[in-house]
Design a protein around this ligand. Structure first.
Ligand code: OOG
Ligand code: NI
Length: 482
């Protein structure tokens, strides 16, 4: 955290702003959705159990301090302007766009949004506070979901609302320019930023909401109301199977399965997630005759995640193959469940150790010099040191592998999380499309370049971020051996 004293008083740096914002959002969401507080409690219990069971080894993929504070949020916006504005707010928090996700042709159900995640990119910033927000943007121009008339009315509705106060955006820009805010400005900024994501009590136009809901529940949640809100806040756990069982034991209805890689005895890779079902929340509605009535909507839920090792491009390719193989076996025998099929597929298709992942070029690792080996190398280590090849240095233990944690998301899990929490699936469907051309994308081509243009900053490619970190770490380690 940056804390310098100048003529404007104490400066609250972007890192400290992010940590404070994450904590405030957590308090807000806990007050709005009490089941979230239960989830955080259970997550802490699970993490404590893992620490007791495994000691220091439990922290191999993240210090307990980081993991305890760790959250990701999810929000949804409707237009280019709204996405550009929220990007300005996140930039003031040291959060940068990373990854492009197109959920419009996702199985099991297509969602009319494209997404990115705003997150710290540097290892030190992630260690200080890893808060990230999965941010989705509606695509009203996609003809697979919306006809021209509905698109037009969505544009009109969205252009009439202002999600972020002008004062908030001014302060955000100032924080970026000055690398922080004075204590009093920081308070105003954090108040306004947090308030932007609170559930609104504005009446919901019943007919308009229902019309959008018939296309997609997510479209209604975005375009059917006058504000945005946190959709969920997700704590991180060190044992998601324990978490899942513990939540059920407390009587909380969880979705049917844990998304992502299965539980198995080999290294944890990428991301495993699960959630509890969206809860009914009281909302006020405006009926066709203008009368105000009380009702409920189910859109917000609780999610939890366990993070594993980042994969290289080749590793992601392997992962996708394994997912495909599990799907094929399940289709061949509908009596089976994913949890029954996947571990065997994983055993056949992935190395059982971290070193195996590294050797096959599938996992992302940093490198640390083993000081004992440097000071008193045995014969094999001496040969490796004089030969200088990375492979020999790792094999003989002169260099120790340090897993790089996956800090991003999985499109298929995201679609699964969206889908399992929707009350209705809507009529919109992009199934069968395979992306690429305008026609295939419903007339609305969206990709990483498009997203970069909208947010006004280059959207990073996750695999490139991990590769750069791994390369830099290797260079440092090798240089220190010379
Ligand atoms: C986002 C769903 C995706 C994740 O963790 O994969 C997501 C949403 O529901 O808005 O948060
Ligand atoms: Ni999420």
């Amino acid at each position: 955290m940056t804390a310098t004293t100048g003529t404007t008083g104490t400066t609250v740096g972007t890192t400290a702003l992010r940590a404070r914002f994450a904590a405030r959002l957590s308090r807000l969401y806990g007050a709005e959705v009490p089941a979230y507080t239960t989830l955080v409690e259970v997550a802490h219990e699970v993490n404590q159990r893992v620490l007791d069971r495994h000691g220091a080894a439990a922290e191999r993929l993240g210090s307990i301090d980081r993991v305890t504070a760790e959250r990701h949020g999810a929000i949804r916006v409707g237009s280019r302007r709204e996405l550009a504005e929220v990007a300005r707010v996140f930039r003031a928090l040291g959060m940068h766009p990373c990854g492009f996700y197109d959920l419009r042709d996702a199985a099991p159900s297509a969602i009319p949004v494209v997404s990115t995640a705003f997150r710290p990119l540097d290892r030190d910033e992630l260690a200080a506070n890893p808060f990230r927000v999965f941010t989705s943007m509606l695509v009203p121009e996609d003809r697979r979901f919306f006809d021209a008339d509905l698109e037009e009315r969505l544009h009109t509705f969205l252009s009439g609302r202002q999600l972020f106060a002008p004062e908030l955006l001014r302060l955000a820009d100032r924080a970026v320019d000055a690398d922080g805010l004075s204590e009093s400005d920081a308070e105003v900024f954090l108040d306004l930023a947090t308030a932007s994501f609170a559930l609104s009590h504005d009446p919901v136009d019943r007919a308009w909401y229902a019309e959008l809901e018939a296309v997609s529940a997510v479209a209604a949640d975005i375009g059917g109301v006058t504000t945005t809100h946190v959709n969920h806040l997700t704590p991180r756990v060190l044992d998601i199977d324990d978490l899942y069982a513990s939540m059920r034991a407390r009587g909380i209805a969880m979705i049917d399965e844990i998304q992502g890689p299965p539980a198995w005895e080999g290294p944890d890779v990428l991301l495993r997630q699960t959630s509890f079902r969206a809860l009914a929340e009281r909302r006020t509605f405006r009926e066709a005759d203008g009368a105000l009535t009380e009702g409920t909507l189910r859109v917000r839920f609780g999610e939890v995640e366990a993070r594993g090792i980042a994969l290289t491009v080749a590793g992601r390719g392997r992962f996708d193959e394994l997912v495909g193989e599990v799907d094929r076996r399940l289709a061949g025998d509908p009596g089976l469940t994913r949890a029954e099929v996947a571990p065997a597929v994983w055993r056949d298709g992935l190395p059982a150790t971290e070193e195996g992942l590294w050797r096959e070029g599938l996992g992302c690792f940093g490198y640390a010099v083993d000081e004992a080996a440097r000071a008193r190398p045995d014969d094999a280590q001496r040969r490796a040191l004089s030969d200088g090849r990375t492979e020999a240095l790792v094999r003989t233990g002169v260099l120790r592998l340090e897993p790089i944690v996956y800090e991003d998301f999985l499109p298929r899990s995201a679609a699964g999380i969206f889908a399992s929490n929707l009350t209705g699936t809507g009529t919109g469907s992009a199934a069968g499309a395979d992306g690429g051309s305008g026609a295939e994308q419903g007339g609305a081509v969206r990709d990483l370049t498009w997203m970069s243009d909208v947010v006004g900053a280059e959207v990073a490619v996750p695999e490139e971020v991990y590769a750069a970190e791994s390369d830099a770490s290797l260079r440092t380690a090798l240089a220190s051996l010379r």
